[in-house]
Design a protein around this ligand. Structure first.
Ligand code: NAI
Length: 215
């Protein structure tokens, strides 16, 4: 398969394709046309074809897409064919919720450790993993090859913590702290702001309500 650079916009759409294909596979569907997939996903068939053409198409004229094959290929493109160990920094509400989320494991993201600065939380278990004191983070990262650090701490603490993570060779950060992180080149940061999504919903809701009062 080609390994050419895929635009971030396409990469951003791949998880949704994967979800739908996973559902189709579970329903026992073996193949699907771009038209049928388009109706199901509410995106145009040409968008689907364009997206899939980025990595060789996958489809066959008159046959459509083989669901299992497409699912496996998109998984590979997303790097889900290998395991990624992760640690969570901050065992508060959000950190614990993420640690407890079993679906990450099914996708190959393995929850290896959780750290907090609050001594009261140390020793508590999150899905069988004991909360460790933040002072042990460096040592832990030296002993365990961890790919991803999940940051669920306040922004004021995030910068110092990131320095440790970078020093200890973490290559990817899933950042929930509300701060833009300044990291050296080569370190990947994916920022998540749930409120962005909520604000988008609010915008659409406000528009809908205005339209209804007009009509
Ligand atoms: P929380 O207060 O329940 O948990 C934060 C935890 O971080 C606490 O247990 C605290 O002891 C720990 N902590 C603080 N400094 C630390 C450090 N240097 N090292 C290790 N642990 C440290 O807060 P919650 O609700 O879990 O949220 C966590 C952070 O994520 C907050 O800053 C919040 O603003 C942010 N957040 C971001 C969201 C997003 O969509 N990006 C959504 C919800 C929260």
């Amino acid at each position: 398969m080609e390994t050419k650079e895929i635009s971030q916009a396409v990469v951003g759409r791949l998880p949704r394709y994967l979800r739908y294909l996973g559902e189709l596979r579970d329903e026992g569907v073996e193949r699907i046309s771009s038209q049928e997939l388009s109706e199901r996903m509410q995106v145009t068939a040409s968008q689907i074809r364009q997206d899939f053409n980025n990595f060789g198409g996958f489809g066959q004229q008159g046959y459509g897409y083989n669901v299992e094959y497409l699912y496996e290929e998109i998984s590979k493109i997303l790097g889900l064919d290998r395991k990624h160990d992760f640690v969570i920094i901050g065992a508060g509400n959000l950190g614990r919720a993420l640690g407890n989320y079993l679906n990450f494991e099914r996708r190959g993201f393995i929850f290896k450790g959780i750290f907090d600065i609050d001594p009261q939380l140390v020793g508590e278990k999150v899905r069988g993993v004991e909360v460790m004191p933040i002072e042990e983070l460096e040592n832990f990262l030296e002993q365990n090859p961890i790919d991803i650090a999940v940051l669920t701490i306040p922004k004021t603490s995030a910068v110092d913590t990131v320095d440790i993570l970078v020093k200890k060779g973490i290559r990817a950060i899933w950042n929930f702290a509300h701060v833009d992180l300044n990291v050296p080149e080569g370190i990947l940061v994916e920022n998540v702001h749930l409120s962005d999504s909520l604000m988008k919903l609010s915008y659409n809701l406000s528009r809908r309500m205005k339209e209804q009062t007009k009509g």
